[in-house]
Design a protein around this ligand. Structure first.
Ligand code: C2E
Ligand code: CA
Ligand code: CA
Ligand code: CA
Length: 380
């Protein structure tokens, strides 16, 4: 149940979900709301342990029937985790913890299903919890750094833009990949302070490079879906531009299709405001989502980033090459810029240049690197 529904509808929806749960369990069983959108169902005195799985299956089925709300049909997906007394734990606290770990596995396996607790999940849950508290401290202890990956115009070979990529160096855990900690930061709400830090730091760095003479350099910054829903991005962007004295067109915000899928109306309003401010909007991982073309039609996008899975095959698959060619042509007639990411080989670079791709990015051109390393390549 996502945040974009609004409190009132969300609350009614949760009550309807509770009603369906009540209808399934027996008398003497318990359905309780744990907070947020989480419920606990306690089944007592089951004749056999595996009957809990049958009930779980029934719950998934029951919840997958759409709920009618006023004019709209709402679809709920549920992820369930099962823990059994006494096999998995002898206290309510422990059982809840194990069930929680199993629920996260169910989510990871694609939602709308259930998982029974196993020991290795406990270990993973522990790591999650540890990572989560470490992440909290990372914000306070300044353990983040931005690396910058060049984007080059193939004709001139000049660096026209850089993408800021977040790095977390933990004193004990070492380098933690953004693919691991960004989702965690989103879940915990830490993405807000982290995102603010990213935007400001990237802005200050760009200001320095502009001042050093590369006055047309563009800085691309990633925004996650959750940030888009919970933060006042336009205000943050205004503040950053003002603080750093940057022209708006020097900043490009990279959004994924997930960000656009939630609550299209408010996203549309936010994007229009950003457009009015004058910053550039890029659609990241283009071609991997559900309705990439539809998003292009509906939102004021300036730049498309062709996902690296396409680049990876462009030299080996005729079909992929044809798709990329079509995307570039379409972008041309829409007046949208094309960035190809994940360029790892010379041949991919040559093909993309021949297609008149505006910018190329990837290990073959340059890895993400600290600002000091990039400066000489920028000629500043
Ligand atoms: P992304 O935005 O799609 O970023 C591109 C990822 O591909 C980066 O991984 C980059 O290092 C990697 N990459 C660049 N060139 C190549 C190449 O030639 N081949 C291959 N295989 N990979 C290449 P990284 O830095 O690990 O970031 C992973 C993801 O984490 C990013 O994917 C982005 O979604 C997220 N992320 C990174 N920094 C931030 C941030 O500041 N804020 C937010 N919200 N998300 C971020
Ligand atoms: Ca949830
Ligand atoms: Ca990106
Ligand atoms: Ca990408």
């Amino acid at each position: 149940i996502n945040d974009s529904l609004g409190h009132e509808v969300g609350d009614r929806l949760l009550r309807a979900v509770a009603g369906r749960l009540q209808a399934i369990v027996r008398q003497g069983d318990t359905v309780a709301r744990l907070g947020g959108d989480e419920f606990v169902v306690m089944l007592v005195d089951l004749p056999r342990a595996d009957e809990a799985a049958l009930v779980a299956h029934e719950i998934v089925q029951a919840l997958s029937r759409p709920l009618r709300f006023d004019e709209r049909l709402l679809h709920v997906t549920a992820s369930l985790g099962l823990a059994t007394f006494p096999a998995d734990g002898d206290s309510a606290e422990l059982l809840l913890k194990q069930a929680d770990a199993a629920m996260y596995r169910a989510k990871a396996e694609g939602r709308n299903g259930f998982q029974c607790y196993t020991r290795d999940m406990g270990l993973q849950a522990l790591q999650r919890v540890e990572l989560q508290s470490a992440l909290r401290l990372a914000v306070e202890h300044d353990q983040f750094e931005l690396h910058y990956q060049p984007q080059v115009a193939p004709e001139s070979g000049r660096i026209v833009a850089v993408e800021a990529l977040l790095r977390w160096r933990h004193p004990v855990l070492g380098n933690v990949s953004p693919d691991r900690f960004i989702p965690l930061a989103e879940e915990t709400g830490l993405i807000a302070p982290i995102g603010r830090w990213v935007l400001r730091s990237a802005g200050r760095q760009l200001q320095a490079w502009h001042a050093a003479g590369h006055t047309r350099l563009v800085m691309a910054v990633n925004l996650s879906a959750r940030q888009f829903i919970t933060q006042d991005i336009p205000q943050l962007v205004r503040e950053t531009l003002e603080l750093c004295g940057l022209p708006p067109q020097a900043l490009e915000l990279e959004l994924t299709e997930t960000a656009l899928m939630h609550n299209a109306e408010s996203v549309h309003a936010t994007l229009s405001t950003l457009k009015a401010i004058g910053v550039l909007l890029a659609l990241d991982d283009f071609g991997t989502g559900y309705s990439s073309l539809n998003h292009l039609r509906r939102f004021p996008i300036d730049t498309i980033k062709i996902d690296k899975s396409f680049t990876a095959e462009i030299a080996t698959s005729d079909d992929t090459a044809a798709i990329v060619r079509a995307i570039v042509e379409m972008a041309g007639s829409l007046g949208v810029e094309i960035v190809a990411e994940g360029v790892e080989h010379e041949q991919q670079l040559r093909l993309l240049a021949a297609l008149h791709c505006h910018r190329v990015q990837g290990y073959h051109i340059g890895r993400p690197m600290p600002a000091a390393e990039l400066a000489p390549l920028l000629g500043v």
